[in-house]
Write a protein that binds this ligand. Structure first.
Ligand SMILES: [Zn+2]
Ligand SMILES: [Zn+2]
Length: 262
């Protein structure tokens, strides 16, 4: 299984998860033209996308979904609540937020998250014994989130803001309250708190995403996460808003073999 990102941040998010011939696109917060350009960077033709899974209806995750899906006849999956908000998507299938389902050989476990959207979920993907989790757009950490992410081999985790930078920054008070609330976004400190509850030694990759360009910096994220989980700074990846993240291949290890039998 491998994953890549077209870009991550408040100006657009989209992640690819691929196994064998199946290529899932998680969210699309870009115009179709921009999406095609960014896919080409990763060596992917738009027709290769098997399905689009939408985490929630916020524009930075959903703005490009309807156009892309109608242009390339790509089926779309979303929770019932998210689907109700995506009225412009013609071909939409709903999943139960509490039930694992399969899309052409990839197991998809939706993980409900506290975020200010209708029925937001993030995802854990399993294929061939490898497990990859995406966890962004969550205002607080739940035991359910920790349980779902516990045996991942790779994780894309939100490090949205540095608390001090947000509080001292340019955002209006109402936006500061929204971002830092239990239904907002994960701060660097919250993400570290989550990582400390996971077995990060099992990780082949840790990618940090949805980094605010006003209330955080790549350097700050790399510094605090590498210190907290005691890893080499260079081993971590920050998913860039413009450049995204190149393909990362998750390999089957002795540890990840356990997932096959789980
Ligand atoms: Zn977002
Ligand atoms: Zn959101």
């Amino acid at each position: 299984m491998r994953f890549a990102s077209l870009g991550s941040g408040s100006r657009g998010n989209s992640t690819l998860v691929s196994y064998a011939e199946t290529m899932l696109m998680i969210d699309n917060g870009f115009s179709t033209k921009e999406t095609v350009k960014r896919l080409a960077r990763l060596g992917v033709e738009p027709e290769q996308i098997t399905a689009i899974l939408v985490t929630h209806e916020h524009a930075d995750h959903a703005t490009g979904v309807a156009r892309f899906s109608s242009r390339y006849q790509t089926p779309v999956w979303a929770s019932f609540g998210t689907a109700a908000m995506l009225k412009d998507v013609a071909d939409i299938q709903c999943f139960n937020s509490h039930q694992t389902f399969e899309v052409e050989g990839i197991q998809v476990e939706p993980v409900p998250v506290p975020h200010d959207a209708k029925e937001p979920t993030q995802f854990v993907f399993t294929a061939a014994g490898c497990k990859f989790g995406i966890m962004t757009d969550a205002g607080s950490i739940t035991t359910h989130m920790v349980g779902s992410l516990s045996d991942c081999n790779a994780l894309l985790l939100e490090c949205n803001y540095d608390h001090t930078m947000l509080m001292d920054g340019v955002y209006p008070e109402s936006l500061k309250r929204r971002v830092s609330s239990d239904w907002g976004h994960l701060s660097n400190d919250q993400s570290i708190e989550l990582l400390k509850q996971l077995d990060t030694k099992k990780f082949q990759y840790l990618a940090l995403g949805h980094v605010s360009d006003k209330n955080n910096s790549h350097a700050r994220v790399l510094d605090c996460v590498s210190q907290a989980i005691d890893c080499d700074r260079a081993w971590l990846q920050v998913v860039d808003q413009s450049l995204g993240l190149a393909w990362q291949t998750i390999n089957l290890t002795e540890d990840s073999k356990e997932n096959i039998h789980a």
